[in-house]
Design a protein around this ligand. Sequence first.
Ligand SMILES: Cc1cc2nc3c(=O)[nH]c(=O)nc-3n(C[C@H](O)[C@H](O)[C@H](O)COP(=O)(O)OP(=O)(O)OC[C@H]3O[C@@H](n4cnc5c(N)ncnc54)[C@H](O)[C@@H]3O)c2cc1C
Length: 253
Amino acid sequence: MAVPSDKFYEAEIIERRDFSHDLWAVRIRPGGELKFAPGQYATFGVVEDNKVIERPYSIVSSPYEDTLEFFFELVPEGELTPRLHKLKSGERLVMRKVAKGRFTLDTQSGHKNHFLVATVTGLAPYVSMVRTAQRDWKEGKFPAQHHLYILQGASRSWELGYREEMEGHAKEVPWLTYIPTISRPWEDKEWKGEVGRCEDILRKYSDQFGLAPGNTTAYLCGHPEMIEKAKGILQRRGFLKESLREEQYWVQK
Ligand SMILES: Cc1cc2nc3c(=O)[nH]c(=O)nc-3n(C[C@H](O)[C@H](O)[C@H](O)COP(=O)(O)OP(=O)(O)OC[C@H]3O[C@@H](n4cnc5c(N)ncnc54)[C@H](O)[C@@H]3O)c2cc1C
């Protein structure tokens, strides 16, 4: 099948990093310019039997970087991820030329606090936001008094991809707080950090940091069940629809 070149780039995987047996990251040379804002997603996949099998993926990298980075979770019964999981450096993909999405940082409401909640790969858009803010901050362009509070949940600590990077940024800059949490501590005896699902500890941190409806925009990304529950908790805390942003990665059966 000739993939229409007005719609797709021929992209190349140039690096791969595995976090666990079912979580990995790749760096991709898109094969042309892909304009995007931190928080947006790209759509790509593989060509097989004359059809494109494609899915949306949040972009991990910052627009300041030359290549794109993505963070995947293998869905064993899925159509695309088992195919992506086999791909190594040097192999090719087809990528739509346009990035999309509205899951970007709120710069309109005047809220100075950003409460960013993610399950596992749902951290991807926040990594892009942090990498971008990091560079802006070094150049004196990061808006004063804004603070990003990131809560990332996983079952076990080795599923917290990008934890080290986030902890590194949080040590370096005054505007970032990063809280990793695991929900199955009995399977991860060495873990000394926070425990519980994101939605279990959300309220505690929103109270502790004073993340209130009048000063905070909340972002929920990843697992549909987390989003549903977290949204309910935040709404009962007084958050209005316009202060809640969500990026649901799949639909619960
Ligand atoms: C805007 C957006 C951004 C996304 N960004 C990312 C990202 O950065 N990283 C990433 O890994 N995924 C991301 N996803 C999910 C991604 O698009 C695919 O849905 C996912 O990779 C599964 O694709 P698949 O073809 O293997 O499975 P499919 O054949 O599409 O799905 C098979 C079944 O598994 C369910 N399912 C899909 N994903 C999961 C999952 N993770 N866990 C459990 N069940 C699941 C589906 O609902 C379906 O029932 C994003 C989705 C959206 C909408």
